[in-house]
Structures are given as C-alpha cells and as structure tokens.
Design a protein around this ligand. Structure first.
Ligand SMILES: Nc1ncnc2c1ncn2[C@@H]1O[C@H](COP(=O)(O)OP(=O)(O)OP(=O)(O)O)[C@@H](O)[C@H]1O
Ligand SMILES: Nc1ccn([C@H]2C[C@H](O)[C@@H](COP(=O)(O)O)O2)c(=O)n1
Ligand SMILES: [Mg+2]
Length: 197
C-alpha cells in the first residue's frame, strides 16, 4: 500500500529516509538500491566525514562529535544534504542515516521543505551490529567498541522515537536486516519494484 501511493505526477523530489542502528547495513543496501532503481544515494555520515576532511571551520567539531558517537548539530547536516540534493540532477533520493533525532527531522522539514515519502528501517539485533562494525575495517574513527556502545545508546534514545513518529504516519517499511547482503536485498526489492515514480 505504502509504495503504490507514490504517483508519477509530482513536482517534489521522491525522498526515502534510510534508518537503522549502526552497522545494520544501511549503506550496503543503499548502494544496491541506487544501482538497481537509479536513486541518488546521499549518506549523511559520508557528507559529514567529507566535511571533516576538507579543513572546513566545522571539521574539528564534527570529528569530535562523531568520535563520541553523538549527533552533529542539524543545521550543518541538513545544509550539506540540501546542497547535495540540489546539485544531484536526480529526483529520487535515498537519504542514508538521517534523520537521527527529532531536531534533524524538524530541521529537514524547515530547510528542505519536504517530508519523506517512505522510511526504510533496517532492524538488526545489537550483537550482529557490533560484529559488523568491528569487522568493517574502513578506518572510521567511530568503529571501535567504546564509540559503538555510545552509538547504540544514542540510536535507542534518539533515533527509535523518529522511527516511531514515521510509523504512526504509516511511512515505515521495516526490513529484517539479518541474513546475507543478497538475502536482505531480496526483502528490499519489492518495496521499490512497486513504486511508480
Ligand atoms: N547482511 C549483511 N551481512 C553481513 N555483513 C554485512 C551485511 N550488510 C552489511 N554488512 C557489512 O557490515 C558492515 C556495516 O555495514 P554498513 O556500512 O552498510 O552499515 P551501516 O548501517 O551503513 O552502518 P553505519 O551506520 O555505521 O554507517 C560493513 O562492513 C558491511 O560490509
Ligand atoms: N544525521 C546524522 C548522521 C550522522 N551523524 C554522525 C554521527 C554518526 O554516528 C556518524 C556516522 O554516521 P553513519 O555513517 O553511521 O550514518 O555521523 C550525525 O551526526 N547526524
Ligand atoms: Mg553507513
């Protein structure tokens, strides 16, 4: 039902928020969805990491917040997303790892001026997320057990309420994130195959 409500006569971009705990597989699945269904994949975490490495005035602050497993002030993240949306040339977006808290959600609505069409939620047990993050090996400052424990607490306290908010609006597609990458993608496929955009 959710997916078929999207129609082709629309001016606004088609926005999918992609949520789930740290290491649940959001980024991995977004790459596959973007390839298969020609969505632009915008990862809030990747945009913040690029900003952190670009010697911007906010770089040190972003680094310290990410290392602590906390959430960067929404104005910074939403403005990075806004610029990426406007320069993408696409009209279908996967916004990965956003909104992480109520402040993110409200700032996006205010600054970008749209609500998501759907919200994908990758539901994964904590021990599996910990295992995946500690094996990720991409040199991220937050891929260590101390930061991971903090990120899991932040996820439960701040991000689950955002998922509940969108659930109450009937926008959430919950995907069981346990299984191989391809097995999880098999569960994601029907959500996007049903869209008419
Ligand atoms: N279904 C899966 N089974 C096993 N490993 C997986 C699966 N999906 C992703 N991974 C691996 O787990 C790690 C975390 O995946 P990914 O980076 O996609 O998660 P994420 O949700 O984007 O995490 P984060 O919020 O920290 O960015 C990666 O090393 C990835 O290759
Ligand atoms: N909306 C967001 C997204 C990410 N961050 C910061 C804090 C996260 O722990 C970190 C890594 O993000 P990920 O790659 O796991 O999506 O980036 C944030 O503050 N706000
Ligand atoms: Mg990710």
């Amino acid at each position: 039902k959710l997916a078929t409500e999207a129609t082709s006569n629309r001016c606004n971009p088609f926005i999918t928020f992609v949520l789930g705990g740290p290491g649940s597989g959001k980024g991995t699945q977004c790459v596959k969805i973007a390839e298969t269904f020609r969505f632009a994949h915008l990862s809030a975490g990747d945009l913040l990491r690029e900003e952190m490495s670009s010697n911007s005035e906010n770089g040190t602050m972003i680094h310290d917040i990410i290392k602590e497993g906390k959430i960067v002030p929404s104005e910074i993240t939403v403005n990075l997303l806004r610029k990426a949306i406007h320069s993408s040339g696409n009209h279908k977006f996967l916004i990965d790892g956003f909104p992480r808290n109520e402040e993110n959600r409200i700032a996006f609505e205010r600054i970008v001026g749209v609500e998501p069409d759907i919200v994908l939620f990758f539901d994964c047990p904590e021990e599996e997320m910990v295992k995946r993050v500690l094996n990720r090996n991409q040199g991220r400052v937050d891929d260590n057990i101390d930061t991971m424990k903090k990120r899991l607490e932040v996820f439960k306290k701040l991000n689950l309420p955002v998922i509940d908010y969108y659930s109450a609006k009937g926008k959430v597609c919950k995907i069981n994130a346990v299984g191989t990458v391809n097995e999880v993608f098999e569960k994601v496929l029907p959500v996007f195959a049903a869209l008419r955009i």
